[in-house]
Design a protein around this ligand. Structure first.
Ligand code: RTP
Ligand code: MG
Length: 152
């Protein structure tokens, strides 16, 4: 239980519009990850710039900001062993066309700009930075999942 980590995940506006929140939450629940925070919200321009700051200046940046602020998103924090990498594997590749069937983007993604889900990348500090950006400490809940002792 010592190597538990947290990662930031978000159902993007296209995923919300297409009714995929439940499906996506289910996949992480069934995989054994623990939901520690969740928020249905709208991202404003400022938050979008902060969240995707690493892409500022790239040709797709303005379109990305426009898309991510275009409708509600479902922001979440998931916890588990190797959670950051696990979520990235379950998401598939950035481009849904290159994502294997069985991954979230491989099953539901339509194109590079409409790829249904965000998950923190594995670069050190990314998950912590994004969790802090979207959630206050008291919005992250500490509890034991009933099956936790069987999972680890
Ligand atoms: P995300 O941050 O949204 O989870 O996606 P990611 O890590 O798989 O990909 P990233 O490189 O961080 O890119 C962020 C989002 O920008 C859009 N993108 N468009 N036109 C392009 O070349 C291009 N490259 C990236 C994608 O929507 C991607 O999810
Ligand atoms: Mg990224």
């Amino acid at each position: 239980m010592s190597d538990q980590e947290r990662t930031f995940v978000m159902v993007k506006p296209d995923g919300v519009q297409r009714g995929l929140i439940g499906e996506i939450v289910s996949r992480f629940e069934e995989r054994g990850l623990k939901l520690v925070g969740g928020k249905f919200m709208r991202i404003d321009e400022e938050l979008a710039h902060e969240h995707y700051g690493e892409h500022e200046g790239k040709p797709f940046f303005e379109g990305l900001v426009e898309f991510i602020t275009s409708g509600p998103v479902f922001a979440m924090v998931w916890e588990g062993q190797d959670a950051v990498a696990q979520v990235r594997t379950m998401m598939g590749e950035t481009d849904p066309a290159e994502s294997a069937p069985g991954t979230i983007r491989g099953d539901f993604g339509l194109d590079l700009g409409r790829n249904v889900i965000h998950g923190s990348d594995t670069e050190a500090g990314s998950a912590e930075r994004e969790i802090e950006l979207f959630f206050d400490d008291d919005e992250l809940l500490d509890y034991e999942r009933v099956d936790e002792t069987w999972l680890y």
